[in-house]
Design a binder for this molecule. Sequence first.
Ligand SMILES: Nc1nc2c(ncn2[C@@H]2O[C@H](COP(=O)(O)OP(=O)(O)OP(=O)(O)O)[C@@H](O)[C@H]2O)c(=O)[nH]1
Ligand SMILES: [Mg+2]
Length: 284
Amino acid sequence: MTLQWYPGHMTKARRELVALLPSQHFVIEVLDARLPLSSQNPMLAELRGNKPCVKVLTKSDLADPAMTALWIAHLQRETASKVFAFAATTNNPAYSRKMISIAAKKFGFVYRLGKPVRAVIAGVPNVGKSTLINVLMEHNVAATGDKPAVTKRQQRVELKDHTVLTDSPGMMWPKIEDERNAMRLAFAGSIPSTAIDFHTTAMISAEYVLEHYGTVVAARYKLDAVPDSPAALLTEIGRRRGGLRAGGAVDLHQASEIFIHDFRSGKLGAITLEQPPAAPDLGM
Ligand SMILES: Nc1nc2c(ncn2[C@@H]2O[C@H](COP(=O)(O)OP(=O)(O)OP(=O)(O)O)[C@@H](O)[C@H]2O)c(=O)[nH]1
Ligand SMILES: [Mg+2]
């Protein structure tokens, strides 16, 4: 299944980001902590060039904490001094405020009278960019929502410490090369329901989830054993929750929707969909 979603407004979002970037001191790239690799927009990396970047792994309350720690270490190690990575959750807004401030100082940007530090918040749709700006502002200034493409245009705000932040619309790129990356983005909700096939998305994602979090999934659906295949899992979910079609067949579409929804909302458990490459052995 090929999955492409690059509506016209994203061309405009890209153009506006290109126009804004030269005036920005650094970029705040928001990544979904459950898929820190797949939620990296390669177009953004290209546009950002050498500009310092804070990588914020949002929704960390929904991700596997051990994996998040590995990802932070990986991002920090990979990209040295121009990147500062941390994990964020709306459960701990003070931590996000502190880390952004530390990052700006680490990059050497401090407020001088009349010369604010400027940063743009960017990333793929629905990862929590506008939520982050609300957290940093300490009150709601940007619309948020549990679906992609809520933010339609850039929005500039000024923090108490005079940092000027710009929220930007979620951006995809014209062609997602790796089908599995596309599938993870769909599973996590960065691609709208109208553009995805629920059953295929659930089947492909369930394979990884069963392999790495099988017992968590079995507990969630009160199964006696870990199902031995994605199809078996969806059938069990369908039997228990999705209802049956006329003739007794399981409604797999409905079961897929339940599985996807349970993952997105965290009901499935704290799950991360991809692992960072192993750390190099330093022989110590
Ligand atoms: N559980 C949890 N949900 C979060 C967190 N941060 C954001 N969300 C939810 O994620 C959804 C998307 O948040 P937004 O801030 O609208 O995402 P966005 O990146 O601005 O999305 P677009 O503007 O559409 O690109 C909302 O339902 C938020 O409540 C978090 O730390 N934990
Ligand atoms: Mg937004």
